[in-house]
Design a binder for this molecule. Structure first.
Ligand code: OOB
Length: 540
């Protein structure tokens, strides 16, 4: 039995825990806007952000954010308004986000890879008043797609493109003092990887997120002369805050925003900007390791490569240092909160074999069996966590929250881990209905729903299958309706044309006459998925 929970925007921490986090100095009562003001005083003329063709100092970024905040308020976008942001890695991303923060509005961090169906879902779920995007990125007409979504969702009053004249006037507004939002209130909505249906929205507060940013900058040893390269899409939690562009700002360091994460682009920027630290997902780390062997670029400035988002196996981990001439730092994080890092002075076996230990002594971690009982030390179990920067509930998702969190507020990460005496965790598997496609998360149910919309599909079950490069790929098992003969290519095209991110289009489609019987009478998708995944592993 689970109790009904209300659909809150933000589930607060219990008062006694909040008091403890404040007393410990984890929460400092500072907003992102005030934080940028302080940074721009300390580092005014230092370079904060570097794009393909421009670079802004801290003072310039700060001034832009002030103008944008005023321009947004002039458009009627203010405290608590949700704005879906879909921007690629360009300096405008940071100016817009800080502008929104200063206006008290809540950015909703869509990724450039998201398409109409996801965008519409975010806008509807957040009841967004605006979408902020670019005209075209990687040959996709974002502004046009956003306008189509806006036309279908009544809450949306503005579609803004940073490439359009309207934005130029927003960004040229007369700056003025605006009321500072509540530091313990929501600052933005991050996206979850999702396991049931479409991704849930994750409300993060100024205080909680800034704590994780400060600690990440310290753990990754960022200094004013560090140079961080954002290779992955910057709206994602990893390049945003682990330690990411925000961690770099905290340290007074510069961030370089790479338009694409491939080795050619990244190595060119490493050489040009003397990049010292960056972060990638394992498949990208593998591609960089290979490319490093034949590059003529000077990568000697690189000190640290963070690898996370999906499991980095020992073999790959061991190749990174020698190939790239830098230190590997593993990171196991989640948009919901908890972030683990291997430390820069950890012994080699921990760096190569574990995904790190939590940021904070205030992070509470439990490794439990199916009945939520703590497993013996060193045993494998499900990871539960709560702490000063881990959410207590998703945005307006009472029913889901009742199962995604324990009664005492631990978040059920869905990850299976083993913990060492040092507190380092090793991710050994997953208990959630999600496929981790090289760091990109695919909710099985979301793809199944798209497939089931096809007239020739009676039933669908999406599972992860092992893949040498990505770790996992998606395989959709499909039972056709009587007389229908959909082909794999047709179904893949069908899913793509429903407007979903390319990484969610099933890599493999297998047409089967019927699903294997699971023996309990009712065939649940959950059991089917497990059975199919097990059969695949045995075959494979
Ligand atoms: C990061 O965040 P999300 O929200 O895209 O995904 C979180 C999930 C985790 O629950 C876990 O299943 C998986 O991604 N994951 C890893 C991992 N890092 C994330 N699984 C195995 N090994 C790792 N190192 O992916 C994220 C957020 C902040 C920093 C880094 C990654």
């Amino acid at each position: 039995m689970t109790t009904e929970l209300p659909d809150l925007d933000h589930t607060p921490w219990p008062p006694e825990l909040a008091a403890r986090y404040r007393a410990a100095g984890h929460w400092r009562g500072q907003t992102f806007g005030a934080w940028l003001t302080a940074l721009s005083r300390a580092y005014a003329e230092r370079v904060a952000v570097i794009g393909e063709d421009h670079r802004w100092t801290f003072a310039e970024l700060d001034a832009r954010a002030h103008r944008i905040a005023a321009g947004l308020v002039d458009l009627g976008i203010g405290p608590g308004d949700r704005v879906v942001l879909q921007l690629p890695n360009r300096p405008e991303f940071l100016a817009a986000v800080f502008g929104l923060w200063r206006a008290g509005a809540w950015p909703v961090f869509a990724l450039p890879a998201h398409r109409d169906s996801e965008l519409r879902h975010f806008v509807e779920q957040a009841e967004a008043v605006a979408i902020l995007t670019v005209d075209v990125h990687e040959r996709f007409a974002h502004a046009e797609a956003a306008r189509a979504v806006a036309a279908a969702v009544p809450s949306v009053r503005h579609v803004l493109s940073v490439d359009a004249p309207e934005w130029t006037s927003v960004a040229a507004a007369q700056p003025r003092e605006l009321p500072d939002p509540d530091p313990e209130g929501v600052a933005f909505l991050q996206l979850s990887g999702g396991s049931t249906g479409l991704p849930k929205l994750i409300p993060r507060t100024h205080d909680d997120y800034l704590y994780s940013v400060r600690e990440s900058a310290r753990i990754c040893a960022l200094r004013p002369d560090s140079v961080y390269l954002a290779a992955l899409p910057v709206a994602h939690n990893f390049p945003l805050s682990s330690p990411g562009v925000l961690g770099a700002l905290h340290a007074g360091a510069a961030s370089v925003l790479a338009p694409r994460p491939d080795a050619d682009t990244a190595f060119r920027l490493v050489e040009r900007e003397r990049v010292t630290i960056t972060g990638v997902v394992p498949p990208l780390a593998a591609a960089w390791v290979q490319a490093a062997a034949r590059t003529s670029r000077d990568l000697s400035s690189l000190e640290v490569l963070l690898v996370g988002g999906a499991k980095c196996g020992r073999e790959l981990a061991a190749r990174i240092g020698p190939a790239l001439g830098c230190t590997l730092q593993q990171v196991f994080g989640m948009a919901e909160g908890l972030v683990n890092y291997t430390r820069l002075d950890d012994p080699e076996d921990l760096v190569l074999e574990t995904q790190g230990r939590p940021i904070s002594v205030a992070d509470e971690v439990r490794v439990v069996d199916g009945a939520d009982r703590e497993v013996p030390p060193g045993g494998t179990g499900a990871l539960l966590t709560r702490g000063p920067y881990t959410i207590r509930g998703y945005f307006r998702a009472g029913a889901h929250n009742a199962t995604a969190f324990t009664e005492d507020g631990f978040y059920r990460t869905g990850d299976l881990v083993r913990r060492r005496a040092s507190g380092h965790v090793e991710v050994v598997g997953r208990a959630k209905e999600q496929i981790n496609r090289g760091g990109e998360k695919v909710a099985a149910e979301e793809v199944e729903d798209h497939l089931m919309a096809h007239a020739g599909v009676l039933d669908a079950a999406v599972v992860g299958v092992p893949d040498e490069f990505l770790g996992e790929r998606t395989c959709a098992y499909v039972v056709p309706t009587q007389g229908a003969e959909p082909t794999a290519a047709e179904l893949r095209r069908f899913v793509r044309e429903r407007g979903v991110a390319a990484f969610k289009v099933p890599d493999l489609v297998e047409i089967v006459a019927a699903f294997p019987v699971t023996g309990v009478g009712k065939t649940s998708k959950r059991e089917l998925r497990a059975a199919l995944a097990a059969a695949r592993t045995e075959k494979g």
